[in-house]
Design a protein around this ligand. Structure first.
Ligand code: OAD
Length: 277
């Protein structure tokens, strides 16, 4: 490992406050889930049936709830058929070693961190979870019933059975909505851990940012707060991004240019002491 990277990791471990890891779609790319803005990304590849970015709005859901649900059930099927990879597992080891000093902020709705073994208490899913539906009336959250299946393709028709399964939480039978944050909505604490994420950034002894293009508001705030405070910030990404620029501008920043599956395991081994045992 490069000496400078080793020094920054040691400085982070020696500091007060949590080791905060913030992930984006890039960490799940090696599990076969498309990113949003890459060549095969959800926001890049169009479809005969929808304009991808428009589908992720409350406005679209209000106008055509079944179309939006079809798209989320398709994406949910892609996520459910994927398995966690070495980078997800490395973060589970890091949490096991650091316990309450560990915090994970993820933009990913794919649930792979939780399936790998990251704890619910220390994982902030700031854009929601594709396996969960939310009642529009009382805001209650419910796992999407298993009976919905994992075989939804991009053109699968919405069925009466699906409608009834996705209406499970409301006595009146109204359709629940996907528990995800849409472009015309704002972060809050109750659903998306907004304040907890800001607090984590303010207190962080070390921030590790993995596989995100820096296109959304809260993650950029988290990065900017840590950079402004001069705390160590390690960025792992296949491509340069606003986060890698922040790291390169900061005296306590370091950019690991390449895939998460390659760069994260040695960093975790250093933080847990596994590379010395
Ligand atoms: P993006 O698709 O915008 O960016 C993925 C990033 O991961 C890019 O910078 C890639 O270079 C990088 N990447 C790809 N493969 C990688 C690998 N194997 N290892 C490391 N890095 C890799 O996805 P996000 O930044 O997660 O929000 O997108 C943020 C949010 O924008 C999403 O959560 C979603 C979207 O709109 C909502 O839907 C609210």
């Amino acid at each position: 490992m490069d000496d400078r990277l080793g020094e920054l990791l040691a400085e982070g471990l020696a500091g007060d406050g949590p080791v905060v890891v913030m992930t984006g779609a890039g960490i799940s790319a090696e599990s076969g889930i498309p990113t949003f803005r890459g060549e095969e990304g959800y926001w890049t590849v169009g479809s005969a049936n929808y304009h991808p970015m428009e589908m992720a709005t409350y406005e679209a859901y209000r106008r055509m709830p079944e179309e939006v649900w079809r798209w989320y059930l398709y994406r949910r099927s892609v996520c459910r058929r994927a398995a966690p990879n070495d980078a997800h597992r490395a973060l589970v080891h890091l949490e096991e070693a650091l316990q309450d000093r560990f915090l994970l902020i993820t933009q990913n709705v794919d649930g792979l961190h939780r399936r790998a073994g990251s704890s619910a208490a220390r994982t902030f899913e700031i854009h929601g979870n594709i396996d969960v539906m939310r009642c529009e009336r009382d805001g209650s959250r419910h796992l999407i019933p298993e009976a919905i299946g994992e075989a939804w393709g991009p053109s699968s028709p919405f069925t009466d059975e699906a409608r009834s399964l996705l209406s499970g939480c409301c006595p009146g039978g109204a359709l629940a909505r996907p528990h995800v944050l849409w472009f015309d909505e704002t972060y809050d604490e109750e659903n998306f851990r907004f304040h907890s994420s800001i607090d984590a950034a303010v207190g962080a002894a070390l921030l590790i940012v993995i596989g995100t293009s820096g296109s959304t508001n809260l993650p950029m705030q988290v990065g900017a707060i840590v950079a402004r405070r001069g705390s160590p910030m390690i960025v792992i990404n296949r491509d340069p991004s606003p986060f890698s620029e922040m790291a390169e501008r900061s005296a306590a920043g370091y950019f690991c240019h390449g895939p998460a599956g390659e760069h994260l395991p040695p960093i975790v081994a250093r933080l847990t002491g596994a590379d010395r045992s």
